[in-house]
Design a protein around this ligand. Structure first.
Ligand code: SF4
Length: 249
């Protein structure tokens, strides 16, 4: 393990890798699809309900060169004896866009028919990554699932507002909600900000890290139904399939 203060990848050359594995996608409109997950280490935020703190702090990561990582991703996507291949790659963390240069290079090394989802926290300027993979962004081959941090996270949404204006139709926006105040906050953001994203996800916070009680999914569903809100209720499918596990899912 490396000391937190020393943690920084060589941009465009390596990853700080927390986990690399195959699972089913538990979130977003791609839910249920077999997916290769690349969980990158370190984050710019510290959300109270973070369920991936092992990828945020503690120094549990390995440095992996971009070429090596791309090969490992391809091997996982193709499997050993399977006739088909996985075509969905999910870059998550931590905050993956802190390693955007390396992600862009890996994407260029991987087959062009792969679809890459970038799960970002909303507080990194997405324009910088857009500029690294402009054609893949235009075609939808690289898509964001972007959080907007609500007050219950303990974080303050700031860059997210500008980022929302930069999203494309194929990108998705996610609000993790801890309580009614977060729900009202999310509605307020959507009423004020112009975004082209066609998929808005409302996800109830679940107990993790510093949060002992999450938001009841039935309660959130009732609020959405009562107000006829054009958003998608999102439960984390992987946690329903593998309760109590926090790695490799
Ligand atoms: S942005 Fe994501 S990874 Fe970072 S602390 Fe928040 S929930 Fe955890």
């Amino acid at each position: 393990m490396e000391a937190q203060a020393a943690v920084a990848p060589r941009k465009g050359k390596e990853f700080l890798l927390s986990e690399l594995y195959v699972s089913v996608q538990g979130e977003s409109s791609l839910v249920g699809l077999p997916t290769v997950f690349v969980r990158l280490y370190t984050c710019n935020l510290r959300c109270r309900w973070c369920d991936s703190m092992h990828a945020v702090e503690g120094g549990d990561f390995t440095r992996v060169g971009v070429e090596d990582a791309a090969k490992r991703i391809l091997d996982l996507a193709r499997g050993t004896d399977s006739p088909a291949e996985i075509r969905n790659i999910c870059w998550t963390g931590g905050e993956p866009l802190l390693q955007g240069e390396s992600i862009a290079r890996a994407i260029r090394r991987l087959p062009e028919h792969f679809v890459h989802s970038i799960e970002t926290d909303g507080e990194i300027d997405v324009a910088a990554f857009d500029a690294l993979v402009p054609e893949a962004r235009s075609s939808g081959r690289v898509r964001y699932v972007m959080d907007v941090k609500c007050p219950g996270s303990g974080m303050v949404a700031s860059r997210a507002y500008r980022n929302l204006e930069r999203l494309r139709a194929h990108d998705e926006v996610k609000f993790v909600l801890l309580d009614r105040a977060d729900y009202e906050f999310a509605k307020g953001v959507l009423s004020k900000v112009d975004t082209k994203s066609q998929t808005i996800l409302f996800s109830p916070a679940t107990p993790a890290h510093k949060v002992h009680r999450g938001l009841d999914a039935g309660q959130l569903a009732s609020w959405i139904i009562e107000e006829r809100l054009p958003v998608r209720l999102q439960l984390q499918m992987h946690k329903l399939i593998w309760p109590g596990r926090d790695r490799g899912i």
